[in-house]
Design a protein around this ligand. Structure first.
Ligand SMILES: [Fe+2]
Length: 436
């Protein structure tokens, strides 16, 4: 036996493994989100671990091929005993609509190339497909959910992410390495299509016992949003237009009462929505206002009491939320009649009111929320405790199709679906939801 050969080989293997596993620029990872209000901007974010490298993104459209550069910046943060890598953010603006772009980050031999597609310009009859994922985490089930979404022939173009990303706070000392591993896990989708971020309770990372009293510190350093473009003062609530949809993102875990910045912003935002340009008005948040599971039951009452009237008044079509680790779709429902003394506190089916969909079934470390309140309330149209994802296919200004896919099905068999008729563009006498 040539022991010297064995030793050299083993040392070589160890070094080789260390090079690929301990980081360096090879372990950078990328994610993108919308970078402006109207849909032709993209924020490219990526993390390098050992050196900052370049903040520049090289990009070109497949139609013109002309190479362009966008300059970004990078940030770092410390969290207890963790120091982040170099987190780069670069906003690319004024892209062509409905166009595929290639983009490259990195320098020298470490460049990595990806691509994305900009959405069509907003307009009333522009079809578009959103994927819905929430409470994903990073488990075997998380991987099944993402794989199921990626292989779904419905082909979501953009993910509306309903909060709770990495679950780093579930690990000792909020181990922020879990933020990095989640970034690597999700890159295979979010480097190629934007995920629209909303923050959940697992993004708060409030840990004064660790000397970390600033809420949302890891999330806001890592995941930027185009909030300034919608006159928001916080990255945690903002709006975007994307094709025929107007998406309003709210923060369940920020102040939301009457005289708070989030409420002022929402009250000014809703009247601005031009339903002839973007007929579909969608609200995304983490904690559900309507939830008939035992898990987190009635946690959303504060937000419902404060904001439901506005959502009904402005004919919001769909409210997506997560938090409950299961799936539930409501009938179009309203519970805004109650005034303390009139006893009218039962939710009513109202064809002009929003449909509420809980899609917190991404598959995280906490497992499924299996216990349901009984009996199933009238407003609850369908509920099931399985991991999965959703697809919203907007067909035109009046019709959209919603479908939910549970992970245990193969070949993307639909487990629940419904046609949704636009709240604003349909007579209130007609039924606005039909199970399909
Ligand atoms: Fe949650």
């Amino acid at each position: 036996m040539r022991w010297d050969f064995v030793v050299v080989t083993v040392v070589g293997l160890v070094l080789s493994f260390a090079e690929t596993s301990s980081g360096g620029i090879t372990s950078s990872y990328v994610h993108i989100t919308q970078g402006d209000h109207k849909g032709n901007g993209v924020i490219v974010s990526w993390v390098t671990t050992d050196e900052p490298g370049s903040d520049t993104v090289l990009y070109w459209s497949e139609t013109s091929g002309v190479r362009l550069l966008a300059e970004g910046f990078h940030v770092r943060y410390k969290y207890y005993n963790y120091t982040s890598g170099y987190i780069h953010h670069c906003t690319i603006k004024n892209l062509e609509f409905d166009t595929r772009y290639n983009y490259v980050v990195g320098i020298g031999n470490t460049t990595r190339k990806f691509w994305f597609e900009t959405p069509p310009k907003s307009g009333p009859d522009v079809p578009y497909t959103f994927g819905l994922i929430g409470d994903l985490g990073q488990t075997y089930d998380s991987n099944r959910t993402l794989t199921s979404y990626e292989s779904n022939p419905a082909k979501g173009k953009t993910v509306l992410y309903v909060g709770d990303l990495s679950y780093a706070d579930h690990y000792p000392d909020h181990n922020n390495v879990r933020w990095d591993t989640w970034g690597r896990f999700t890159e295979r989708s979010v480097a190629y299509q934007p995920w629209i971020w909303s923050a959940g309770n697992h993004e708060v990372d409030w840990a004064p016992q660790l000397g970390e009293p600033k809420p949302f510190k890891p999330f806001t350093h890592r995941y930027h949003t185009p909030y300034k473009a919608s006159n928001s003062t916080s990255p945690l609530w903002y709006s975007i237009k994307r094709a025929s949809a107007y998406v309003i993102v709210l923060s369940t875990y920020s102040a939301l009462g009457k005289y708070t910045p989030q409420n002022f912003w929402l009250e000014e935002e809703l009247p601005k929505v031009d339903r002839n340009e973007t007929p579909w008005l969608i609200v995304v948040m983490h904690g559900p206002m309507y939830n008939s599971y035992v898990s987190h039951y009635m946690e959303g009452e504060t937000m419902r009491a404060l904001h439901e009237k506005l959502l009904v008044q402005y004919k919001v079509d769909i409210v997506f939320a997560g938090h409950v680790h299961a799936y539930e779709r409501s009938e179009p429902v309203s519970n805004i009649a109650y005034n303390i003394t009139n006893k009218e506190c039962t939710p009513k089916i109202d064809q002009t009111a929003p449909v509420y969909i809980t899609i917190g079934d991404g598959g995280n470390i906490e497992g499924l929320a299996k216990n349901m309140t009984e009996p199933q309330p009238n407003y609850s149209a369908f509920r099931e405790a399985s991991f999965g994802h959703g697809i919203l296919k907007i067909k035109n200004m009046t019709h959209a199709h919603w479908s939910w896919y549970r992970n245990q099905e193969v070949n993307s068999v639909t487990a629940d679906s419904a046609w949704l008729f636009n709240r604003y563009h349909i007579s209130s006498k007609e039924s606005s939801v039909v199970a399909s």
